[in-house]
Design a protein around this ligand. Structure first.
Ligand code: NAG
Ligand code: NAG
Ligand code: NAG
Ligand code: NAG
Ligand code: NAG
Ligand code: NAG
Length: 620
């Protein structure tokens, strides 16, 4: 890479190149001009000496000087952008409260001003956390001036030609287009999360740290760590070492566990980036992995999840991997309390996720003690769930945590759970839990489950073996013809769902379309604290993690930060978002996140030519 010497007053002898300034997630308010402002080679970011802020400045200085971003669009036009007569010397950060801890609803707003009549840009926020969001935006504004030959033409290298290493150029040749700039920004939702399941398949710590980096780039602030489930118990606890010792995966003579040191590293790394880490130890269902250490406190473990009849209504678990905690034994609650007490102390965040989803009563029915208890107390399975959750919530509250549960106990089983427990909604409309008086985190599976659409994972599922299109039953054919729906008929495994309960795959457009407040009144909508995308790991591990998460999680991140509706109350348009998310995907890739491709590169470089509906563009 060849660099230009930059002087303060440049008249370019060739046409300027303008690429749009593409920000993700979109700021709430963005005023821009038509001038390119070069960064001075001595450019620096200054701020009060506050630990997390200084660390963020170091990170972003490193990122800006190494990223040297040039947008992917080859939309090169003679433009009206002029180059400023002066360079930008510094970004000065001003914060009001240096000590505000990272917690729910912390003020993350910021104002970023990049004027032309001064050598200083200013980033103002109430808290360190707002500054960190503003630094991210600033980093996205910076572009690198591409190399040209003497005639002013862009230089392109071929594969076998080596580009010079971009290292060590510092701020040389970096500029901010579209100055002067004023951005006033704040998140629409306070809780902007990603849930990762580390039980069904294990991820090394480095995967989790990289995921947290990507979350911070997307201004997300909650890593919901679904640590354990029926399949493995990867968390080493000092009070109960046998849980991970026996229950963690063992592979090639390694025990796949997270140590206390790993947990601390993840929490600190996330905190520095404004990301809270909320642990979840799911119970009473999803606990088969407790059985290798404590078989006596579990029921129905180690059996096929269906009985001989294959009748779904008689299943013992929601999926292969049976096991539930026995709700009628005192020993169960002694162990549960120890687990919660230690996990609550390991994780400094005020919130704790207690799970509580998918109780399968037929699993409890298999146990003699449970049966006796039910007879003696005339109790139903739902009564046992109520008993269990009451004791579990007591333990969570004893550790001074705000509890979150999956919604099932209140929306499906109508239990009278205290209203200060936050409900994470996944299967029913947000409306149900909100109308019952709960605050909610929205994670509807039909939009925000990122695992969906990869086919079934059962062994010996013979229904795939169809060599010719299955015959459409006569009655169905007639009904389809009458309704004109023939094209939408997709029998299982014939271009159909492929055996996956939540198929199809949720494309980024689908993820982007989730309106968490759908059909809610304004006051009802205030009970939505935010949302989370979820990645359940049946069919994912370290090899596929980044591509499953990104850039689809970015689509959700914009909905959570910017809102489904813009400031004029217009629904955000997928067509407008497309060129931005396309560019953002490449930018994440350059930042080391192995994001999945969205379209042919041609589509990204020729914006709107691949839109589903006619768009009046003509290529020159
Ligand atoms: C590409 O350039 C054309 C002008 O030739 C402009 O109308 C269009 O908006 C640009 N596209 C983007 C995404 O900036
Ligand atoms: C650029 O400037 C010319 C002449 O001043 C004007 O006609 C044109 O509309 C401007 N184009 C843009 C994209 O602002
Ligand atoms: C279980 O605990 C309860 C209350 O602490 C006590 O009344 C009961 O006797 C205990 N049951 C057994 C079997 O230890
Ligand atoms: C047992 O509980 C059911 C409700 O779950 C109730 O209808 C029934 O009367 C109860 N039986 C006794 C003997 O208490
Ligand atoms: C696979 O399933 C088929 C029928 O569903 C059965 O006949 C066959 O025995 C099964 N094979 C194994 C190895 O279980
Ligand atoms: C919208 O909300 C109303 C009133 O709460 C309810 O009756 C209706 O079924 C909801 N519509 C949908 C599509 O959920």
């Amino acid at each position: 890479m060849r660099l230009f010497a930059l002087s303060t007053a440049i008249t370019l002898s060739f046409p300027c190149i303008t690429w749009a300034t593409l920000l993700w997630p979109a700021p709430q308010s963005f005023q821009k001009g038509q001038v390119e402002l070069n960064l001075d080679t001595t450019f620096h970011i200054s701020a009060p000496k506050v630990k997390y802020l200084q660390e963020a400045i170091d990170r972003y200085t490193e990122l800006i000087t190494h990223e040297r971003w040039t947008p992917i669009q080859v939309n090169i036009t003679q433009s009206n952008q002029t180059v400023a007569g002066r360079t930008l010397g510094s970004l000065d950060i001003i914060i009001k409260d240096k000590h505000q801890a990272l917690e729910f609803d912390v003020d993350e707003s910021y104002t970023l001003e990049i004027p032309l009549n001064s050598r200083k840009a200013t980033l103002r926020s109430d808290t360190v956390w707002g500054s960190i969001r503003g630094l991210e935006t600033f980093s996205q504004l910076v572009q690198s001036r591409p190399e040209r030959n003497d005639k002013g033409e862009l230089v392109y290298y071929e594969d076998d030609q080596e580009e010079e290493d971009a290292d060590n150029y510092g701020f040389e040749d970096l500029f901010i287009p579209n100055a002067p700039i004023k951005i006033e920004d704040y998140p629409k939702y306070a809780h902007r999360g990603l849930m990762l399941d580390t039980s069904r398949n294990f991820y090394p710590v480095s995967d989790i740290l990289r995921t947290i980096d990507a979350m911070a780039y997307n201004k997300m602030n909650v890593f919901h760590w679904h640590i354990t489930d029926s399949h493995s118990f990867p968390l080493k606890l000092e009070s109960l070492p046998e849980l991970a010792y026996e229950g963690a995966y063992k592979l090639h003579q390694k025990r796949l566990v997270y140590t206390k040191k790993d947990v601390k590293q993840i929490i600190d790394y996330a905190y520095q980036r404004g990301v809270r880490v909320i642990p979840e130890i799911d119970m009473p269902a999803h606990t088969g992995s407790w059985a290798p250490a404590f078989k006596d406190i579990t029921t129905c473990t180690g059996i096929h999840y269906l009985d001989e009849s294959n009748d779904w209504s008689k299943r013992f678990a929601a999926e292969p991997g049976t096991g539930q905690l026995n709700p009628v034994l005192n020993k169960t609650y002694e162990i549960v309390d120890k687990v919660i007490t230690e996990v609550a102390s390991l994780f400094k965040d005020d919130w704790y996720h207690g799970g509580g989803d998918e109780p399968i009563y037929n699993c409890w029915n298999q146990d003699k003690d449970v049966q006796d208890y039910m007879k003696k107390h005339n109790a139903t399975g739902v009564d046992l769930l109520e008993l269990f959750l009451k004791k579990e919530l007591e333990s969570i509250h004893k550790s001074k945590k705000t509890a979150i549960l999956w919604e099932d106990p209140v929306t499906n089983d109508h239990l009278p759970i205290s209203k200060d427990v936050i409900m994470q909604v996944w299967i029913n409309p947000v409306q149900l839990a909100v109308k019952k008086g709960y605050k909610v985190i929205a994670s509807n599976y039909n939009f925000w489950y990122l695992d969906c659409g990869h086919g079934g994972w059962n062994g010996n599922d013979t229904s795939y073996d169809e060599q010719i299109a299955p015959k459409v039953p006569k009655a169905v054919a007639e009904a389809l013809e009458k309704s004109g729906e023939e094209d939408n008929y997709r029998p299982q495994n014939w271009g159909g769902s492929g055996g996956d309960w939540c198929s199809p795959f949720k494309s980024w457009q689908r993820v982007y379309s989730y309106d968490m407040a759908f059909n809610l009144t304004e006051s009802e909508a205030e009970n939505i604290l935010g949302g989370e995308v979820a990645l359940w790991s049946e069919q994912t591990d370290t090899t596929t993690l980044d591509a499953r998460l990104w850039p689809r999680t970015s689509a959700a991140a914009e909905i959570m930060w910017s809102g489904r509706y813009d400031e004029d109350n217009h629904k955000r348009d997928i067509g407008d978002a497309m060129p931005r998310i396309f560019d953002w995907r490449y930018r994440l890739l350059q930042r080391g996140i192995n994001t999945e491709a969205l379209q042919p590169l041609w589509c990204g470089q020729n914006p709107h030519m691949c839109d589903a509906n006619h768009y009046p563009v003509v290529l020159k």
